[in-house]
Design a protein around this ligand. Structure first.
Ligand code: ADP
Length: 363
């Protein structure tokens, strides 16, 4: 006969005693009430498997373990910032450098989410080179004003099922926008707060490249669910990826990094589909993700069609049965998986108060 005391000693030995709420021993049956700090099914399952295996190793089939897992989620901090009414997840897509394909990736991910049945908005916050209006073939559109609850709101332009707003609609895409500081922030706030986004599962933010004031004001203003960082495999781009990831992970910002996407990973000529040419180096962004311990969401090769599709205002994933569509489906699925994990384990992201700008350079 095993005593309750013996079981309690064993629970101490396997260092779970602080999670144990009750132990009862009846003949060869041991009943344990155990605490889990996460409501996620997979976490509970993990705990159960680990306990069963520890008991089996120690006692074999001498005893039968009946485990009852109690969920006690630590008190959740208040959401400090102001969420956008009706918007469930806000995803920031960023890059260390310009020209690595951040807007292309934002557009194609937005459209892939839409094709999966989600309601999606895309906010182009890239004040240095707003390219979303061109990519969605709505360069000459101007958002209209609508009355919502007695207030005038800006109505996002809709293209291919995505609700869009961009600084480009107001300043023109060809004009070099030299807005900085308060002016850019004011324009951004208007697109966020004075817009009628309606119900959205995802609002994708196409951030400007780098780590600057705009990034800080966005994470201050909005409860960002998670960030995706886009990079090419080059060393010179990767140094800035690290800066980007570090910015999101700064204690005062604390936006979960959902993962890194490697764009322009390699080139495959159409006539030699088996050949891959690693023009910018091999798996640089993938290795960087490993080093920074953030998920790697996938790689996108250099494909002429991606560039052509963006230029003509019809992003590449809109082409049915294409290789690009398959690649983006995988990447988007990986991203959604990370969002689900994040939402299971963390409270809604707070719109953070930045108390220090340390560690962030200004563009
Ligand atoms: P960023 O937003 O990072 O400045 P863009 O998305 O505007 O970069 O992309 C820069 C250029 O590279 C665009 O002309 C775009 O069409 C092209 N491009 C992006 N990704 C790819 C790719 N995988 N293959 C080919 N061209 C690409």
């Amino acid at each position: 006969m095993i005593s309750k005391k013996e079981i309690q000693e064993f629970l101490k030995e396997i260092e779970v005693d602080d999670l144990i709420r009750n132990v009862q021993v009846m003949d060869s049956t041991v009943m344990i009430d155990m605490l889990s700090h996460s409501p996620a099914m997979h976490e509970k399952k993990k705990l159960e498997v680990a306990m069963k295996s520890a008991f089996e190793q120690k006692y074999g089939d001498e005893i039968s373990l009946k485990l009852n897992i109690l969920v006690e989620v630590p008190e959740q901090p208040q959401i400090k910032g102001t969420p956008i009414n009706g918007v469930k997840n806000i995803i920031a897509i960023s890059s260390g450098k310009g020209g690595v394909g951040k807007s292309t990736v934002s557009s194609n991910i937005a459209l892939t989410l839409h094709s999966m049945g989600f309601k999606v908005g895309l906010l182009d916050t890239d004040i240095y080179g707003p390219s979303i209006p061109t990519m969605f073939d709505v360069e000459n559109e101007k958002p209209l004003s609508v009355q919502v609850d007695g207030k005038n709101k800006m109505k996002p332009i809709e293209s291919y099922g995505i609700k869009l707003l961009s600084i480009g609609f107001f300043a023109g895409t060809s004009q070099a926008v030299v807005w900085r500081g308060p002016m850019a922030t004011k324009a951004l706030n208007q697109m966020i707060r004075d817009a009628h986004w309606g119900e959205l599962d995802f609002l994708i933010l196409d951030l400007p490249p780098g780590t600057g004031d705009i990034h800080l004001s966005i994470v201050q203003e909005l409860p960002v669910t998670g960030a995706v960082v886009v990079s090419t495999p080059q060393n010179i781009a990767l140094a800035d990826v690290k800066k980007g990831v570090n910015m999101f992970q700064m204690e005062s910002i604390n936006v979960p990094v959902l993962g890194i996407v490697e764009n322009m990973a390699y080139f495959t000529p159409e006539e030699l589909p088996e050949n891959k040419y690693y023009l910018f180096g091999k798996e640089g962004a993938k290795n960087m993700a490993e080093k920074l311990e953030v998920p790697f969401l996938g790689e996108i090769p250099i494909i002429q069609g991606i560039r052509e599709a963006s230029d003509v205002g019809r992003p590449a994933v809109l082409q049915e049965n294409s290789k690009v569509k398959d690649i983006y489906t995988k990447i988007t699925q990986n991203m959604v998986e990370q969002i689900v994990k994040r939402n299971e384990n963390l409270p809604p992201t707070e719109a953070v108060k930045i108390t220090t700008m340390a560690g962030c350079s200004t563009n």
